[in-house]
Structures are given as C-alpha cells and as structure tokens.
Design a protein around this ligand. Structure first.
Ligand code: NDP
Length: 318
C-alpha cells in the first residue's frame, strides 16, 4: 500500500513530488506519455520566476525532476489506463477503500491518496483534412516540428499567446508565416501582439477560418474563408507547407470524469479552500487539469505544492 501516487510529470506533478517527498510521504510519480508535460512543447520559458534570462523547458523540467528525486520520489514511466477511486476514502485495514491505479493495463498501484496532475492537450479544429494530413504537414507543436519547415511557408491557427508564440518561433525558421485568426482581434497579451504584428515575416489574417487543407500526400495549401456568413464573405487559397494548431487545450481527465466532479469542459473541480477533488476523499488535483483560467506553469507548480500539503494533512488524519 502506497501513501501517495502522483499522476503527471509537468510543473504541478513534480512540485507536488518535491513537497510530498520532503514530508516523508514516499511518493510515486507516474510520468505519463509526455515527460515534462505541455511546457516541453514551448521553446523558452521567460516568465517563470527565478530565471531572469529565461530557461529551456527541458532544463527546467529536468531540474524539477532531479529535485523531486533528491528527496526520494520514485518514478514510474508508463500511461495510466484505468483508475478506480474509493468513494469513502482510505480506511485502515480495509483494502477495498484504497484508490487503485493501473499503468499500461497490467501494473496495479494501490494508494491511500492520489494527486492528479495530468494537464491538458492541444485542441484541433475538427475538419476532416486535419486527420488526413496529421504528421504530413499538420502539427500542434511548433517546437517539436518547426525544424522540418525551415525556409518554407506555414500557417498557425489561433489568436492567443500560444499562437503568437508559435508564429514567432516559426518565423525564425520559415520564409513566411500566416497567422489565421477567426476574430478581428488577437486575444494574446499586448507584448505578444506587438511582436507578431511588427514581425516582417508574419502576416496576420484576421476574420479568417480554415475550410480545408489541400495537397498531394502532404499539406500544400489551405482554403480559407474571410468573414464567413457576411455579405462580403470570400473564399481564397494560400500555398503553405505546414499547418500548426494553437487554439487552446482540453483537460486530460477522461479517466476520472465518471468518478469526480468536473465542469462542462471536463476540468476537475476542487474545493474552494484546497486542492481536494469533489467526490472522493484523499484525491487531489493540481495544474492545468483543474485550471481552465490561469494555465501557467507557475500556477501549476503552486497548486502542486498545495495538493501535496493537502495530501499530507489527509494522510495524517487517517
Ligand atoms: P487561448 O484559449 O488563450 O486562445 C485560443 C485561441 O484560439 C483564441 O484566439 C481562440 O479564438 C482561438 N480558437 C479557439 N477555437 C478555435 C477554432 N475552432 N477556430 C479558430 N480559432 C480558434 O489559448 P492559448 O493556448 O493561446 O493560451 C492558454 C493560456 O496560456 C492563456 O492564459 C495564455 O495567456 C497562456 N500562455 C502564456 C504564454 C506566455 O506567457 N509565455 C504562452 C502560451 C500560453 P477566440 O479568441 O475567437 O476565442
């Protein structure tokens, strides 16, 4: 029987592990499919306090992981495939009241408490050609795939900070970058907007939506519609080699939705004054899986700390 299992290896999971390990809870952290979490899909972290010159995401996540390891966190690599949460919470001597977590369908971990830090994943538009060209010109990660489009022309969809960041990253590699924005304005922070709007290689296409992607075996173009449904609606074509989605995320909470309370989008709900999930005692959430609002690494790390302190208090109360 384990004291504490942590699912997720982003800033929330690793911070929870640091605090839990230092509280002698002997946490086990299941690292999941994307080691380091979503931050690994960005180029540079400029806004995490303590790094005045910015830091590469890999470096930051490696630092966090080593810090968690130093105090005794054990790591398990693999994907959690099934979870059975106890509705009553752990009761000493009653094995059926522990929470059960299966990794890769086969390895069962039983635990008195659990921190869910599974983060969020990129959204796609839902047009059929995204599927057709996935991995052949369609990507949701400029940092991962931008390299393949050096000196080429690409499009980024979205008007938030992610889209602006990805457009700038790609503009450093590519010949030209279109930024396809469905509204007549950007939602990104002012500094990001200024950088994008003043970049000589970036052309912002406001009030445009993507109808379909075209190409022989790989993306070679996109059909866009300008001011869809308006009297001056126009369809036109742009030649591109790559199509990058940056339109937001959905929480990775599918495994828990029938056992814990969530909002309409599936973000886990936590109690107002703690990180305790609603529905099962001894289960806590941290990071983007329960944060539709801030979605920042520093906030995720803070909530990971809170979750570990809450788990410690819960375990002491048993
Ligand atoms: P956001 O939710 O902020 O923005 C999503 C963008 O995608 C919006 O412009 C939205 O349009 C657009 N969009 C959504 N669905 C569609 C669709 N179906 N078709 C076309 N466009 C669509 O997500 P981000 O990932 O950009 O940012 C998430 C959070 O992370 C934010 O709080 C952001 O500030 C933060 N962040 C901070 C960074 C930094 O500080 N370095 C870097 C990256 C993110 P619309 O505006 O019309 O809804």
């Amino acid at each position: 029987m384990n004291n504490l299992l942590i699912i997720g290896s982003g800033p929330a999971g690793y911070t929870a592990a640091i605090y839990a390990a230092r509280a002698n809870l002997s946490p086990i952290l299941i690292e999941g499919p994307q080691l380091g979490g979503q931050l690994m899909t960005t180029t540079e972290v400029e806004n995490f306090p303590g790094y005045p010159d910015g830091v590469e995401p890999f470096q930051m996540m490696d630092d966090l992981r080593r810090q968690a390891e130093r105090f005794g966190t054990k790591f398990v690599s693999g994907v959690v495939t099934k979870v059975e949460l106890s509705q009553v919470g752990y009761i000493e001597g009653k094995a059926e009241t522990c929470h059960k977590v299966w990794v890769e369908d086969t390895d069962l971990y039983e635990t008195k408490s659990l921190i869910i830090a599974t983060g969020a994943s990129a959204k796609y538009l839902g047009i059929p050609s995204e599927e057709t060209y996935r991995g052949r010109g369609v990507s949701a990660c400029a940092t991962c795939d931008g390299f393949f489009y050096r000196k080429k022309t690409v499009a980024v969809v979205g008007g938030g900070d992610t889209a602006c960041e990805e457009a700038q990253y790609l503009a450093n590699l590519c010949e030209k970058v279109y930024l396809i924005v469905r509204k007549p304005f950007l939602r990104a922070s002012q500094i990001m907007q200024d950088r994008v709007l003043n970049h000589p290689k970036i052309e912002v296409l406001f009030e445009h939506n993507t109808l379909q992607l075209t190409g022989e075996g790989k993306v070679q173009g996109a059909d866009l519609v300008y001011r869809k449904g308006e009297p001056d609606e126009q369809v036109h074509h742009i030649a591109i080699d790559g199509f990058f989605l940056a339109i937001g995320h959905h929480p990775n909470t599918q495994l828990f939705r029938d056992q814990l309370e969530t909002d309409q989008e599936g973000y886990l709900k936590v109690a107002a004054d703690s990180q305790a999930c609603i529905g099962c005692p001894g289960v806590f959430a941290a990071g983007d899986c329960c944060d539709p609002r801030y979605r920042q690494a520093i906030v995720a790390a803070g909530s990971g700390c809170r979750a570990a302190l809450d788990a410690d208090k819960y375990l002491k109360s048993l």
